[in-house]
Structures are given as C-alpha cells and as structure tokens.
Design a protein around this ligand. Structure first.
Ligand SMILES: Cc1cc2nc3c(=O)[nH]c(=O)nc-3n(C[C@H](O)[C@H](O)[C@H](O)COP(=O)(O)OP(=O)(O)OC[C@H]3O[C@@H](n4cnc5c(N)ncnc54)[C@H](O)[C@@H]3O)c2cc1C
Length: 425
C-alpha cells in the first residue's frame, strides 16, 4: 500500500489539505479526532452529501473523491443537443465545496476494503474512513447489447453521461442532411431519468422542425408505457405533427443488437438504418459500487431507506442513481434529496442518535420546446424496507393553456439553479 502523503497538493483541490497526513495514523491513534466520512462521486448525490455533512457538523472530517475537476450536469443537456444551450452552462467546479472545508481529492477511487475501511485511489494512495458514502452514478452496460461497446459509442453516441458524448450527438445532428432519420434506442427500466429519452426526442424534433423539416425521429423502445406519456404525446401532436414515430416493446421496438459500421439498429421485427443513431444502452450502478461488494444481481445497490446503509456491506451508504430506490425514479432531484437525507443519517449515527425517518421530494421537468415544459412531483418515504411513493405528488394537467407550459419552463430553470447551488455551492 502506498503512503498517504501521495495525496499531493496537485490532486487535493482544496479543503484541509494539510490534514491529509493525519489520515496515515492508525485507527486507535485517532480515537479522539473527528470522525472521517469519505464520499465517492462528486455528482448530484455525492457533492450534496459532502456539503451537507460539513454544514450539519463542521467538526466532521469530510473527503470527496471525484476524478473530474469540472462536473457536467445531465439535466438540461438535451437542450445542448438541440442547440438551445451551451455545454458551459452545464458545468460546475468544486472550489466552493473545498472552500467550505471539504477535502476534495481529484482522483478515481479504484478499490474499497470494507473490513479495513480503506479506499485505494487510482494512484495507489489509500484513505481510511469511519463511514463511506457511494454516489458513483451509473455505468453503461457495454456487454448488454450485441455490437454496442465503448468504441461503438463514438459512432452511435449514448449521451447518457453529459460532456463529450453530448457534443458528439449535437455535431452529428448538425452534420445530418435534411430528410434523415434520427433513431433513439431506449432501454427498459430501471435506468437513469426514465422520461429523459422522450424529452430528447422532443427537443431533437424542435431542432429538425426549424432546420431540417423533412427529417424524422424514430424512437425504438424497450418499454410499452412511459412516464408522462399522455403529456408527451399531446405535445408531439401539437408541435411536431408526423415527425416523431415511436415503436413500443409490444410492437417490436426493443433494440436487440446494433451495427455501428452501417448505423443499423436491429429489432425483432426488422432492421432500421439511421443517419444519426442515439443508442442508450441498459445501465447498472457505477463500477466502484460493484468493487465494494455493494451491488446485488440486479447490478444496483440494495439499501436501508432510513439510513441509506448498504444491505450488503457494513459502514457503507449508497445514494443517487446507484441505489435501489424503490419507487423513486433515478434523477438529480432524487440524488440531491438523498444526499441531504443521508448526510443527516450519517451525522446522527456518528453521534449515537437515532436517524430520523426521511421524507424525500422529487420533481422532474420535461422540456418539449422552448417555453413549453411540464412536470411530475413525487413524495417518497420508507415502507417495507424500500422507498415507496406517498400521497402529495402530482403531474401537470394534460389539457392546459400554453401560459402554464411557459410558467413550468420558468420553474424548470429556477429548479436547475436551486439544485446546482445546493449541490455545488
Ligand atoms: C439526458 C438526461 C437528462 C436528465 N434530466 C434530468 C432532469 O431534468 N431532472 C433530474 O432530476 N434528473 C435528470 N437526469 C438524471 C440525473 O442526471 C441523474 O439522475 C443524476 O446525475 C444522478 O446523480 P448521482 O450523484 O447518482 O450520479 P452523477 O450525478 O452521475 O455523479 C456521479 C459522479 O461519480 C463520479 N464517479 C464515478 N465513479 C467514481 C469513482 N470510482 N471514484 C470517484 N468518483 C467516481 C463520476 O465522475 C460522477 O461525477 C437526466 C439524465 C440524463 C441522462
């Protein structure tokens, strides 16, 4: 094991860098010092949790491990794909979090030893923890769809992790001739943000309507029904008549293989050649969760909904997309709410108090055109050892005047500002 002094100034973005050496002391010698909470993953769940831990108890020794110095957010990235927004508006740094006293380590966590309670970083250095929070988001299952691997994603982008892939899909749309077919392969649930493929299809249709009106959007779907379906279908009829075609699971829409050489998507009922193919493959929890032993045979992490404690590994908590959240859809909204609730539970456990029963709120906005959005709000609480939806939520009405859709668009923008401030400071 390499020594901890390898946590150099270069990869410690901020926070209490000098105290990194304190981590070299064995557990016994630390009996009187602050409890160490390490958070892996600086996205919506992890960044929120690290900040909240420090706010709840400034004495806690909090470390956030995240390899990227800039986080690129997925919510609103469909607007980037449609040419309505710059990717820069999606990007957030970690300086504010570091300024609040969280030690931010710009590295990948490579290994976890739950019995020794250590995390090994990509450069071989090792960090001890008292409690560990995992929020690594998703990994794409490159083994799940014949023909679709990492190399294929350069030809047929998924754009399901925002950044280069988002830009790639945007560029392909710009380069496409008018009259082309843009195909989206949509996976079954559970997956990251279930309504986002339909939001994407809508915004791509907006781009095509304005720039390449003879083109088509083809949704090849591994599901029969989807979230807010009636609202989407109503909007498509109104805004993009004849432009979006969806083939559902029972109509043979599930993509079973792809051929990147010819941009072909194979379904049980025939092949579809697309000019632009956006292939969103099945997903699983980020790999580090698997390496920690926190995933079950679904590929996701079962948790106790009161404390977010892993049901499989002691002293490890899992939040965000990686956890099996029961009725909670995998969303930034949920990851942020879980990050705050998990911080409170971990702080209580450390100080010997009983954790409160969390009640989480999630809201999801879908944008189908500039100035046209609708939403779904939900409340969730622990029930029968998972999260279940409780009363109080609701969705936008199917019949509504355009002013309401425009107001929801404004609410969506406010939501994005609020959640990114709460997550990244
Ligand atoms: C197109 C699209 C649109 C969306 N729109 C919305 C929306 O409108 N509203 C909404 O609520 N949600 C939306 N989402 C969903 C949302 O982006 C995710 O649910 C949310 O990001 C999950 O948060 P997380 O913390 O679990 O994962 P992430 O935010 O993905 O963060 C995970 C972080 O962990 C890091 N990481 C992974 N492995 C390691 C490791 N080994 N060591 C260190 N760090 C690691 C990664 O680098 C990453 O920064 C959308 C998603 C997509 C794809």
């Amino acid at each position: 094991m390499k020594a901890l002094h390898r946590l150099t100034r270069r990869n410690v973005v901020g926070g209490i860098a000098a105290s990194a050496t304190a981590l070299t002391f064995p557990h016994v010698a630390r009996a009187q010092s602050a409890a160490r909470v390490t958070v892996i993953g600086g996205g919506f769940g992890g960044a929120t949790c690290a900040r909240a831990l420090k706010h709840i108890d400034p004495k806690l020794d909090v470390t956030l491990i995240e390899p990227n110095r800039t986080f690129t957010a997925c919510p609103f990235s469909n607007e980037v794909i449609a040419g309505l927004r710059d990717l820069a508006a999606q990007q957030f740094g970690y300086d504010r979090i570091a300024g609040e006293g969280v030690r931010v380590v710009a590295q990948m966590a490579a290994k976890i030893d739950p019995s020794a309670r250590t995390v090994t970083l990509a450069d071989g250095a090792s960090l001890g923890y008292d409690r560990l929070v995992l929020s690594p988001g998703i990994d794409l299952r490159f083994d799940a769809l014949p023909g679709y691997d990492e190399a294929a994603s350069v030809k047929m982008p998924h754009a399901w992790k925002a950044g280069e892939q988002t830009t790639l899909l945007r560029k392909q749309l710009e380069a496409m001739d008018d009259g082309g077919v843009v195909a989206l392969a949509v996976p079954a649930n559970p997956s990251r943000c279930p309504p986002a493929p339909y939001e994407r299809a809508s915004l791509i249709a907006h781009y095509l309507t304005t720039k390449k009106p003879r083109s088509k959007v083809l949704i090849l779907d591994a599901k029969d029904g989807f979230s807010q379906q009636r609202l989407f279908e109503r909007a498509w009829k109104e805004l993009y008549p004849g432009m979006i075609e969806r083939i559902s699971l029972s109509q043979g829409g599930r993509v079973t293989a792809v051929d990147p050489a010819t941009n072909t998507l194979v379904t049980e009922f025939g092949d579809h050649v697309a000019q632009v193919a956006n292939v969103i493959p099945p997903q699983k929890a980020g790999r580090i969760a698997d390496l920690a032993g926190a995933t079950d045979n679904t590929g996701w992490c079962p948790i106790d909904p009161v404390t977010f404690a892993s049901k499989l590994v002691p002293d490890i908590h899992v939040i965000g997309d990686a956890c099996l959240g029961g009725g909670i859809p995998k969303s930034a909204s949920a990851a942020n709410a879980q990050g705050n609730a998990c911080a409170a539970a971990v702080a209580n456990l450390i100080s010997g108090k009983t954790p409160d029963m969390p009640k989480l709120t999630g809201v999801c906005y879908n944008i189908v055109a500039p100035g046209y959005a609708f939403s779904l709000a939900g409340f969730y609480a622990p029930k029968d050892s998972i999260f279940a939806e409780v009363e109080g939520g609701g969705t936008s009405p199917v019949d509504a005047p355009r002013e309401l859709r425009a107001r929801e668009m404004e609410n969506a923008r406010r939501w994005f500002t609020t959640i990114t401030v709460d997550s990244f400071g």
